[in-house]
Design a protein around this ligand. Structure first.
Ligand SMILES: [Zn+2]
Length: 486
């Protein structure tokens, strides 16, 4: 049979001002039609897993469109219609079914639910009888629209997400079973009014490990697929909450029972997820400096892996206050990158880093810096899950300020591993402190350098202190904002 295969993976953060443009997407992983191949998004991706299973099952793969972006600002108006057009481009009457690799927590300025829009459009093209199976990030914000348009969902059950390939394989196996007529999928969703910061969404530790293992139990009991979705919390939208989506073979009641059971278990653990150990940035830095080198400082508020811009000056200012030596960090600041580039390697230059008012997480900070290295090219991630993925830096420079080395760059780049630092010629193992811009994922990305890390409780669009953010559209009541009786 002919199976349409596509991918669109991007997580948005509605607290990060501005927009992600089509050019931003093109500067990362972006391919159309015959550009695609099994390992287009890496050998560990859902795409690769699904592609392998479909291939081995003898189905003909019809590649449509694949894009992966680091998390970021909501899509600019007009980008989503173009994505829908690209996904649907090869759709015709000869397509028998479809597999899509989606993140599930994208937001656009002209649509709350891009994945719902994509799935709706695909469903309209394929009609009600041709199956659509979807794999998700477990941080997906699953919507009723998405559920109505698809036949089955799978999702990661690890964090850091190291079971991406498994998630795609599972989705493709389900699609093959539906195409063969051997299962008749029905979907149930259970919801509880809770969101939690992702720092304890850590599948190496309970309770997250125990909760995610309930998916395995449900499947061992005969359900087709179980996916607990602890949702990324920085999307201020009406359907925001933890959910569990279960696919069963014909038995909707069994699917609902399993989904409710798993969500009851998650609900009972909600308080634990607020107990992350985070230190004020000065204390986090001091703690890191007191440990063997290198130690990672995870900058919670500036986690580009949760959609922050990457423009925080919190750790820079803390380092300068403390007179810290051998700190390596990054700041997205196109103006500073341009000024350093103009000055040239070896030059001393006055830089204004950050654009915020005094007191803001990205407070403008004036420094006198030495330009150590210039760069304008692609970062190639070394993270075990995103190995080989590319992101263009635009103009970038490694600058040195009183013992702090900072990579200043123009475009959005993730700091889930040391690839950005290495691209600029820095040797991360030679530093005492390495800044990471994620809450959990960095642990896998920096593991080859160090297992020492501390989370800095910094403000910004990805702060772990959710009640400090200006939510206005979220559901009410919602834990931890209101006392909820469920
Ligand atoms: Zn995730």
């Amino acid at each position: 049979m002919r199976v349409l295969v596509g991918a669109f993976s991007m997580e948005s953060n509605t607290f990060a001002p501005g927009a992600t443009t089509l050019d931003d997407l093109r500067a990362q992983m972006f391919g159309v039609g015959s550009d695609l191949h099994r390992d287009f998004l890496g050998a560990e991706s859902e795409l690769a897993g699904a592609w392998s299973v479909l291939d081995a099952s003898g189905h003909e793969i019809v590649p449509s469109f694949a894009a992966w972006s680091g998390p970021g600002r909501p899509l600019a108006p007009g980008v989503l219609p173009e994505i829908v057009r690209l996904v649907l481009a090869p759709c015709d009457d000869t397509i028998d079914g479809a597999y899509l690799m989606l993140h599930g927590a994208c937001v656009a300025h002209d649509a709350d639910d891009p994945e719902g829009v994509i799935l709706d459009a695909l469903r309209e093209q394929l009609g009600p009888d041709r199956p659509i199976v979807v794999s998700l990030d477990c941080h997906a914000n699953l919507t009723r629209r998405m559920v109505a348009a698809a036949d089955a969902f799978t999702a990661y059950r690890t964090c850091p997400h190291i079971d991406t390939r498994r998630t795609g394989e599972q989705a493709a196996r389900i699609l093959c079973d539906i195409l063969a007529g051997s299962i008749r999928p029905v979907i149930a969703v259970a919801t509880r009014p809770m969101i939690t910061p992702p720092e304890l969404h850590d599948s190496t530790r309970d309770p997250f490990r125990r909760l995610m293992a309930l998916n395995d139990e449900a499947e061992a009991d005969g359900l087709v697929a179980s996916a607990l979705l602890p949702v990324q919390p920085w999307v201020d939208l009406p359907e925001l909450s933890w959910k569990c989506v279960v696919t069963a073979d014909g038995d909707a009641a069994a699917a609902q029972r399993a989904a409710e059971w798993i969500m009851d278990e998650a609900w009972s653990e909600r308080e634990v997820f607020l107990g992350g150990v985070r230190l004020p940035v000065d204390d986090a830095l001091a703690t890191a400096l007191a440990q063997a080198s290198p130690c990672v400082v995870a900058d919670a508020g500036d986690a580009t892996n949760g959609g922050s811009i990457g423009d925080s000056t919190e750790l820079l200012r803390a380092s300068l206050r403390a007179g810290a030596q051998a700190v390596l960090l990054s700041i997205r600041d196109a103006g500073a990158a341009q000024a350093a580039t103009r000055a040239g390697e070896g030059a001393t230059v006055e830089l204004m880093l950050g654009s915020g008012e005094p007191g803001a997480y990205n407070e403008r900070t004036n420094v006198t810096a030495t330009v150590k290295r210039l760069f304008d090219g692609d970062v190639v991630y070394t993270h075990p899950v995103n190995r080989g993925y590319r992101a263009a830096t635009g103009q970038a420079a490694l600058v040195s300020v009183d013992g702090v080395d900072a990579v200043v760059h123009s475009l959005s780049v993730g700091v889930i591993d040391p690839a950005l630092y290495e691209a600029l010629g820095a040797d991360p193992s030679a530093y005492a402190v390495l800044q990471a811009k994620s809450h959990i994922s960095f642990k896998a990305g920096f593991a080859h350098l160090t297992d020492r890390s501390v989370v800095a409780d910094t403000p910004g669009p990805t702060t772990c202190n959710l009640p400090t953010l200006p939510y206005s559209r979220r559901p009410r009541p919602l834990y931890p904002f209101e006392d909820v009786d469920y």
